[in-house]
Ligand binder design. Structure first.
Ligand code: PLP
Length: 408
């Protein structure tokens, strides 16, 4: 059924009347999607360079995901994690087989994975009898919206308005090796964890260097502190490998996951390395929905598809196309200050506010995200075709050229 602009007006009116006003929404409501394309209530087509913020990595309406959902809802959606579950067990097994030896806790979102990691780190500090433990986190990081999430997040704008945050968290600048060494020295004997995203996503795609992460690994090992990698955004193929840490030559002690894990179904996970798998004792943490049969089945199928369809080679070939076109564009347009990232996790730093650029792209049928005030973030589905990747880049190029002309 074809809907009209009035349908959107009605949706907007109901939203404004009944939904808490917490987000600066774009004036569109999508009705359906097919792989890299989304269609709004007027059937206008958009190329999706956002993937629901790095969530629908396999695109929209993947037939195998739909089939897995159908089969599973016919059988069972939810019981309780008080019972064993074939689906949750299979998911835990495939996660460990493809990351590092250890054990998995399943939850429902990235924030809950962060919370689990935070509790694990606090429990570790108690077990080591450290009275004033310190967690080192990064300025500009993002780890979620709960109180532990915002406490670990290195962005002042998220810290205010909620009273006292959790203490014992110190922030250092990303990629400053001197600051990291100094923090470990200043809090010698007290540092229990270092937490970081391998590429800082929300504040504008800031990749941590290999050298910096190596140093973090060395310092955490020397100080018996946990290296916690937040791969909630970088995980599941976004950067060209299943997990971003794989290219580093070492693994973290704790890894948090969500977003792309569920292909759109809300699910999160924390993986804990063997050495620390007893830190959280029985009964000290839990969840009602985490690891339910349906979510676990979808996540298992998501990983299986990434592997069997060789999605990563598509990520790498599309990444080459995107980076070479964007770097070429940078030569021609002064408003582009930098193009950075890895795989299909790409940031374009511009010298003007990014939001109007994202809005103009949307008018022209391309969904991109403005983040960190002056960064256009590109995260298309990992299954995007080179045709739609190039079509989307054409739109972006046109819009950036318009904004460049306005600067003169
Ligand atoms: C790196 C990172 N950590 C944590 C989160 C929080 O995840 P969620 O929104 O699923 O709670 C996000 C979400 O954007 C994220 O990008």
């Amino acid at each position: 059924m074809k809907e009209t602009a009035t349908d959107f007006q009605k949706t907007k009116e109901l939203n404004d009347k009944y939904v808490l006003d917490l987000v600066n929404r774009y004036p569109i409501a999508f009705r359906y999607g097919v792989n890299e394309l989304l269609f709004d209530q007027n059937n206008k087509q958009y190329i999706d360079f956002l993937s629901g913020v790095a969530v629908t990595n396999l695109g929209h309406s993947d037939p195998d995901i739909i089939e897995a959902i159908r089969l599973q809802i016919d059988k069972l959606m939810h019981t309780s994690n008080w019972f064993y579950s074939e689906e949750a067990t299979k998911l835990a097994e495939i996660l460990i087989q493809n990351s590092f030896p250890g054990k998995v806790f399943l939850c429902n979102s990235g924030t809950e994975a962060t919370e689990a990691a935070f509790k694990l780190v606090r429990a570790y500090a108690e077990q080591k009898h450290i009275a004033d433990p310190i967690i080192i986190s990064l300025q500009k990081s993002f780890h979620g919206r709960s109180v532990s999430g915002i406490s670990l997040t290195g962005q002042k704008k998220m810290h205010t308005g909620f009273g006292r945050l959790l203490d014992g968290i110190e922030f250092v600048n990303p990629n400053s090796e001197d600051e990291l060494v100094a923090a470990f020295e200043r809090y010698a004997g007290r540092v229990v964890a270092f937490i970081a995203e391998p590429i800082l996503g929300e504040s504008g795609i800031i990749p941590l260097t290999h050298g910096y992460l190596n140093l973090a690994r060395e310092l955490t090992a020397e100080n018996e502190a946990l290296l916690v990698l937040d791969e909630i955004q970088t995980g599941f193929g976004r950067t060209g490998t299943l997990f971003a840490f794989e290219t580093l030559g070492f693994s973290p002690d704790v890894m948090t996951l969500a977003k792309g894990l569920g292909s759109g179904f809300p699910i999160g996970a924390m993986i804990v390395a063997e050495k620390y798998e007893s830190v959280l004792a029985k009964g000290t943490h839990g969840t009602t929905f985490g690891g339910n049969h349906l979510g676990a089945m979808i996540a298992y199928e998501t990983i299986r598809i990434i592997q069997t369809r060789d999605i990563l080679s598509n990520v790498n070939s599309c990444s080459d196309i995107a980076f070479s076109r964007l770097r070429q564009l940078q030569q021609n347009l002064k408003i582009i200050k930098e193009v950075r990232g890895k795989g299909l996790h790409i940031g374009i730093e511009v010298s003007v506010p990014a939001r109007p650029i994202a809005e103009k792209c949307l008018e022209k049928g391309l969904i991109v995200n403005a983040t960190g005030d002056t960064v256009i973030r590109i995260m298309p589905p990992l299954t995007i075709s080179s045709k739609y990747l190039n079509d989307g880049l054409d739109i972006l190029e046109g819009v950036l050229s318009e904004f460049q002309r306005e600067q003169k």
